[in-house]
Design a protein around this ligand. Sequence first.
Ligand code: PHE
Length: 339
Amino acid sequence: MTNLQEIASEIESYVINDAKQAEDFRIKFIGSKGLIKELYGELKNVPADQKREFGQQVNQLKNLAEEKYNASKENVSDSKSQIDRFDLTRPGFDESIGSRHPLSIVRSEIIEIFKKIGYSVSEGPEIEDDWHNFSALNFPPEHPARDMQDTFFIDKGEQEIALRTHTSSVQVRVMENSTPPIRTISPGRVYRNEAISARAHCFFHQVEGLYIDKGVSFADLKQTLLYFAKELFGEKAQIRLRPSYFPFTEPSAEVDVSCTICNSKGCNVCKYSGWLEILGCGMVDPNVLESCGIDSNEYSGFAFGMGIERITQLKYKVNDLRMYSENDLRFLRQFTSNI
Ligand code: PHE
């Protein structure tokens, strides 16, 4: 009679390292023509008083073989059935690699332009205290200038906490924590409590710039902005400055770039003026330098700030701000870049 003990040790010591060995094992022991099936067939020849014991032992063998086979399947991933099902020589499926968001593209472009003339990139928190968003920037408490930027307040306690309304707050942090010369730009998201329309949104993105050193003049500011405009919009771009007001700069100006769409001849984008407004700027107010621990008798500097949406709108002729955050793939797929 078959030696069941031998079969058990054969099952135990059987080596299964790959799908083929697993399949051989299955055929040999548990397949429909396998050893175990055969043993059940032998049951009828076993004397009646031994039937019960023999049956139990064959059941145990069956369990042993099945457990071993199932465990081996987990280790051997390319099981035969899979090899049959897949043609491994077929080329792979195309991965769609997507595209960068237009605001990210323009943000990177702006950063690259300023990096070339020695500006570092600094970032800061989007939730700010009153000091960094307003007070250090020469907005006196209760001053109407604070209404220039409608603010989302989070906590109106002793120290007001709000979503930053501009990234000038980052520049305050940089000035507090370093000594001039300082040359940095701060890109980031900012928030204002405005009704959402084609021309306004409750959040947008800015890049603000700051340059502080001994003897920095308004001429340096103007030349830096002209360089920027030419790099961004092409060699033919011109700029003009119009007097303006910001609490943190004195004097202050709004900067226009010559309309790149009609070459300054006049079109509906530049409203037939030949100029497009792109940013605000000015010489850092001495009060701001002092608030941030910088001696205003020794140092001077300039600052500027622009909205990335605005620049993107001009570069790509996107005329509705809401498109940037609607996540419509038909819009987003139109942008490609290598930065
Ligand atoms: N912080 C200003 C704003 O958000 C922009 C600005 C920055 C203006 C620096 C002048 C100088 O409106």
